[in-house]
Ligand binder design. Structure first.
Ligand code: SF4
Ligand code: SF4
Length: 156
């Protein structure tokens, strides 16, 4: 197992809705998703696998050997950096832990909504309601830090 593989086996952040709310499927991916009864959003022009993915068990994919190709092909910036030695495995794991801890704090504070929904509503409330922003300074700080972590380390 490579160090990048080791990083992923204790992560799952690209499957749990932290980075994306859905992922585009090609025809074969749609067949795989349907075969495993995974929730898919279908429009006239595309099919998207809904995230958090129903095949995620803890941090691992329950259908790993049969997962859609888009999943098998995906590598976030963090993985790429561990893969080519720009980042050590330990540093990558620390970033994953920090991201996970921050997301847990945000989810605790806002309920079960995906964090980006909370982020959007919080920024709108911050703009339009100064007293809400004063009362929720800690949540706003967590949301902004989480967004920075995601943008910088995972989206690249
Ligand atoms: S590709 Fe990135 S986000 Fe996905 S499991 Fe690996 S390290 Fe985590
Ligand atoms: S099918 Fe597996 S790899 Fe793809 S999003 Fe779901 S849990 Fe992740």
């Amino acid at each position: 197992m490579t160090q990048a593989d080791e990083l992923c086996t204790d992560c799952g952040i690209c499957c749990d809705g932290t980075l994306f709310s859905s992922v585009s499927l090609d025809a074969a991916g749609l067949v795989a998703a349907r075969a495993h009864r995974l929730p898919v959003l279908e429009t006239a022009t595309e099919s998207r696998l809904e995230l958090p993915c129903a095949a995620l068990r803890g941090v691992l994919c329950e259908i790993y050997d049969e997962r859609p190709e888009c999943c098998a092909d995906y590598a976030c910036e963090l993985r790429l950096q561990v893969d080519d030695g720009r980042l050590t495995l330990a540093d990558g794991q620390e970033i994953i832990e920090a991201t996970r801890a921050l997301r847990a704090q945000v989810v605790d504070a806002v309920g079960a909504s995906p964090w980006w929904v909370a982020h959007r509503s919080a920024l709108e409330a911050e703009r339009t309601n100064p007293s809400w922003a004063r009362d929720n300074g800690e949540l706003l700080a967590h949301l902004k830090t989480l967004e920075k972590l995601v943008r910088h380390h995972f989206w690249g």
